[in-house]
Design a protein around this ligand. Structure first.
Ligand code: SF4
Length: 336
């Protein structure tokens, strides 16, 4: 059964004026939708605009152009009352759980605060019970309620951040690199926790990450972002089996394959050079300065966003017969 799109992002742009006539194009014409109950991953290097996209979607930043529709309502044209109600429905989990938790507040105060702001559980005893329940939901216990953030490990602090995000019983969570600051051993635990909570509470996620290794385990579909643009979008399975864009292939090449024979013999796409400045992006295809397959047309023409196979979109001239004359598709071994 196909589900309705809960979130629609249409041609979203977020540009920042940097003075002296310069503009930073953090998000430059990005479109996608997220269905109810789905996890949509956005992946890309630091500085590609993925976190800015997340913050613009939740309304922390106003948009420059385009629209964000949540359940049919334009997020950036809401009345104050509508925005207040919207913030109950959509919550955010941040990358650095330590920086996002007030060090002078107890865990109980941190988790209670959004409930107080929204007038939920006005009875103190009931609110405390709710805090205990949320702590249990995220794998902590009631004894943790009176402690301070510094008394916890990074993984536990992220669990507290998740409990706070759940305090208002939201429908949709934007998880902005929620595991990037954690030890590898803890990352899988937090991903599993998020998956379990999704199942239990029927949540929809936008999961933002800088590498493809862990995103695979949580996302239904993944969008790959480069310098403010989406360059590829498809199901998680398809992206790993059949990556089309050279940038996606390079990201997948960076993930080690635990089979030495495959690892030794697979063809790699190595990314060279730094991410160009979003204040001065390359002409044509924004990836051309690092792309091993760049052609003349890549400097003069922006590649079209095309559906190459069902639910598999890519922006690259290699897949446009009008430009190449044939499908000169570069191949890499899929990551396991
Ligand atoms: Fe590389 Fe050209 Fe494709 Fe861009 S359009 S990814 S430069 S081949």
């Amino acid at each position: 059964m196909s589900k309705e799109a809960l979130l629609k992002v249409n041609n979203l742009k977020k540009h920042f004026s940097m003075g002296k006539g310069q503009t930073l194009k953090a998000v430059d014409d990005v479109s996608f939708h997220i269905k109810q109950g789905e996890t949509f991953g956005i992946v890309g290097e630091s500085g590609c605009g993925k976190s800015t996209a997340g913050r613009t979607i939740i309304g922390l930043y106003n948009r420059t152009e385009g629209e964000v529709l949540y359940d049919g309502k334009n997020v950036h044209n809401m009345t104050e009352k509508e925005r207040f109600a919207f913030h109950r429905k959509m919550q955010m989990i941040f990358q650095d759980p330590y920086a996002s938790l007030n060090p002078r507040s107890t865990v109980q105060e941190i988790i209670s605060e959004p409930m107080e702001v929204h007038g939920l559980y006005p009875n103190k005893k009931e609110r405390l019970e709710r805090v205990y329940q949320l702590l249990e939901d995220v794998g902590l216990n009631r004894d943790h309620a009176n402690r301070y953030p510094h008394e916890f490990s990074g993984g536990q602090r992220q669990r507290i951040g998740i409990a706070r995000a759940l305090a208002l019983d939201p429908e949709f969570i934007i998880a902005d690199e929620p595991i990037s600051a954690l030890d590898v051993s803890v990352q899988a635990q937090v991903v599993n926790l998020l998956k379990g909570l999704q199942k239990k509470k029927g949540l929809t996620y936008l999961f933002i990450a800088h590498d493809l290794s862990m995103v695979k385990h949580i996302s239904d579909r993944i969008g790959v972002m480069y310098l403010g643009n989406l360059v590829e979008l498809t199901t998680s399975e398809n992206l790993y089996k059949n990556p089309l864009h050279p940038y996606t292939q390079a990201l997948l090449s960076a993930i080690p394959i635990p089979d030495p024979d495959v690892e030794d013999h697979r063809e790699r796409v190595i990314l060279e050079g730094e991410l160009p400045s979003p204040m001065n992006p390359p002409s044509g295809c924004v990836f051309r300065t690092r792309c091993p397959y760049a052609m003349e047309a890549c400097a003069s023409m922006k590649p079209e966003w095309q559906e190459i196979e069902k639910d598999h979109f890519v922006a690259c001239h290699l897949y446009n017969e009008k430009v190449t004359g044939d499908h000169n598709r570069p191949q890499v071994a899929a990551a396991k």
